[in-house]
Design a protein around this ligand. Sequence first.
Ligand SMILES: [Zn+2]
Length: 213
Amino acid sequence: MNIILLAPPAAGKGTMAELLVEKYGLKQLSTGDLLRAVLKKDDDEAKQLKEKMNSGQLISDDYIISLVKEELSSGNEKGYIFDGFPRTITQAVELEKILSNLNQKIDKVLYITVSKDISLKRTIGRRVCPNCKKVYNIYFNKPKNENICDNCQNELIRRDDDTEEVFLKRYDTYLNDTLPLIKYYEDKGLLEEVENIDKQETFTQISKILEEI
Ligand SMILES: [Zn+2]
C-alpha cells in the first residue's frame, strides 16, 4: 500500500504519519530523510551534495527522483507513506513510472486539512521547554502554571519562526504550490480529504478509507 500525505502547515500531518507507520508497517519517506541519508554516507556523493546545499543551490528534481527510485527499488514490502514528495506534477508523474516498473501504484492520496484559524493557533500558540524539549500550546495544551514547564519548571520559550507572519507566508506558499497537485490527484480519483479536528477520530476515518482499498 502506497499513500501520499498532503497537508498545509500545522494540520497534524506528522502525527497521522506516525500512526500510519505504527498500524500498517508503512515506511515514511520524505525528501529530507533521503537527503540526510546521503549526507551520512560521507562519500563523494555526500561531499557534492553538501557543497550544493551549503552554496544554496536548488537540489534538482532529477536528483531527488533518483534517490526515491533507489529507495523504492530496495523496497519496504508493506509500502510507503510519501511525505513532502511529490511536490510537483513532474515528480508525481515520475513517481508513477517508478512504481509502475515495480508493479506498484499510489493507492490513495490523503489530503489532511484543518481550518486556517486552528493551524494558526497551533503555530503561534506553541511553547517549548528549552530544557526537556516538551512542547505545549497556550490554546490547546497549556502547562499547569503559565509559561512554566510541568516536568522541570523551566520557563517556556517561543521559537522565532512561530509567528503569525511566518505562518501566513508558509500557508499561502503551500496552497499555491500544492493546488495543482491536489487537482491532479483529484482528477485521477485518488484524493481523499480528511479534516483533522480530533486526532483519534481523524485516524479512525483514515483507517476506514485505507481498509476500502
Ligand atoms: Zn521541561
